[in-house]
Design a protein around this ligand. Structure first.
Ligand SMILES: NC(=O)c1ccc[n+]([C@@H]2O[C@H](COP(=O)([O-])OP(=O)(O)OC[C@H]3O[C@@H](n4cnc5c(N)ncnc54)[C@H](O)[C@@H]3O)[C@@H](O)[C@H]2O)c1
Length: 288
C-alpha cells in the first residue's frame, strides 16, 4: 500500500514549504511543484519544476506525480504572486502616449494557474487507485487565497482581485453538485500577514509583532479545512468540509460565510435551481 499522497504548489518556500514539512511529518508522500527547487532535500518528497501558469507544465507535473505514487489524496494550490502593475502611477497625461499592455501575472498565476490545478486534481483524484491502497475515489483541495481575498488591500489591487476570485471559485465549486458527486472537497485558507520571502523587505520590522500571523496558525487552518491527520479513515473525503473560507489571523481561526442576503429575489434557492437547470439544458443542447 502506498501512503496518502499530496501535491503542494509553491512548496519550495514560505507557507508551502511549512505545509510540505507538516505533511511529511505525518507520513504523507509529497510532490513539490514550484518554479524554484526547495532549499533542502526532504525525504518522501519529489520536486517537479512547474510553472502553474502553464497548462502543459501542470499537466505534465500531475502525470508525473501520479506515476510516482499511483494515488492522489490532497492538493494544496498554494503558489501565488503579488502585483506587477500600477494603473494610476503610470499615467503619462500625453494623448500620444497611451498605456502599454500591463503585466497581469497575478491573474495568470493566481487565478488561471489555480483553475488548471483544480481541473487536474479532480481528474487524478477520481481515477481508480485501489491498487495503491486508496479505498474511495475522490480527494481534497485547499486553495491558498489570502486576507486579501476577503478584505481590500488598496496597494495590491491585482492581488486582491485574484484572491477574491479564488474565494468565489471555492464558494461556487465547493457546493456544486458535480464536485460533490465526484467526491471532491474544496476549501480556501486566507492567511493574514505571515513572515515569508514573499513580503517586501522591511515590512516585518515595521509591523507590531501581534500583527504577524505565526506559520503554526496557517498550518492549523490547513488541518481544520482538510483534516490532514485522519486520512486513513474510509470516509475521510465524504465527511470533509467543502466550500469553506477560513482566515488565519494571529492565533485566531475565523470562518467566513458568504454575505447574508439582505433583499432581492434572484439568488434564493429556487432561483438557483432554475439557473442550474437552464445551464444544464444549454450544455445538453450544445453537445448534440
Ligand atoms: N506571506 C503572506 O503574508 C501571505 C498572506 C496571505 C496569502 N499568502 C499566499 O500564500 C501563498 C504562498 O506565499 P508565501 O508567502 O509562502 O510566498 P513565498 O514567496 O515564500 O512562496 C511562494 C512560492 O511559490 C512559488 N511560485 C511563484 N510563482 C509560481 C508559479 N508560477 N508556479 C509555481 N510556483 C510558483 C515561488 O517560487 C515560491 O517558492 C501565495 O499564494 C500567497 O499569495 C501569503
Amino acid at each position: 500500500m502506498v501512503p496518502p499522497t499530496a501535491i503542494v504548489t509553491g512548496g519550495s518556500s514560505g507557507i508551502g514549504d511549512a505545509l510540505v514539512h507538516h505533511l511529511v511529518s505525518m507520513q504523507w508522500r509529497v510532490v513539490i511543484a514550484d518554479i524554484n527547487p526547495p532549499r533542502e532535500v526532504i525525504p518522501d518528497t519529489l520536486f517537479i519544476r512547474t510553472d502553474i501558469a502553464s497548462w502543459q507544465d501542470q499537466a505534465d507535473m500531475f502525470k508525473q506525480a501520479y506515476a510516482w505514487s499511483r494515488r492522489l489524496d490532497f492538493v494544496a494550490l498554494n503558489a501565488g504572486v503579488d502585483d506587477r502593475d500600477d494603473i494610476f502611477g503610470t499615467l503619462s497625461n500625453d494623448v500620444n502616449e497611451p498605456p502599454q499592455r500591463p503585466d497581469t501575472k497575478p491573474f495568470d498565476v493566481n487565478i488561471t494557474g489555480t483553475y488548471y490545478g483544480i481541473k487536474l486534481s479532480a481528474h487524478y483524484m477520481t481515477v481508480p487507485s485501489t491498487e495503491a491502497g486508496k479505498r474511495n475515489a475522490g480527494g481534497k483541495i485547499v486553495i491558498t487565497a489570502s486576507g486579501g481575498g476577503i478584505y481590500p488591500i488598496p496597494i495590491l489591487p491585482q492581488y486582491v482581485a485574484s484572491k477574491h476570485a479564488l474565494v468565489g471559485l471555492v464558494r461556487a465549486l465547493g457546493r456544486n453538485q458535480a464536485t460533490s458527486k465526484a467526491n471532491v472537497r474544496i476549501n480556501a485558507v486566507c492567511p493574514a500577514i505571515v513572515d515569508t520571502p514573499a513580503l517586501p523587505p522591511g515590512l516585518v520590522s515595521k509591523l507590531p509583532p501581534d500583527q504577524i500571523t505565526p506559520m503554526s496558525t496557517v498550518i492549523r487552518c490547513f488541518d481544520a479545512l482538510a483534516d490532514l491527520t485522519d486520512v486513513g479513515d474510509e470516509d475521510w473525503v465524504l465527511r470533509g468540509r467543502t466550500g469553506e473560507t477560513l482566515e488565519g489571523n494571529g492565533d485566531e481561526l475565523i470562518w467566513h460565510r458568504p454575505p447574508e442576503r439582505r433583499g432581492g429575489k434572484f439568488v434564493r434557492e429556487t432561483g438557483m435551481l432554475a439557473v442550474a437547470q437552464a445551464y444544464k439544458e444549454k450544455a445538453e443542447r450544445a453537445a448534440v
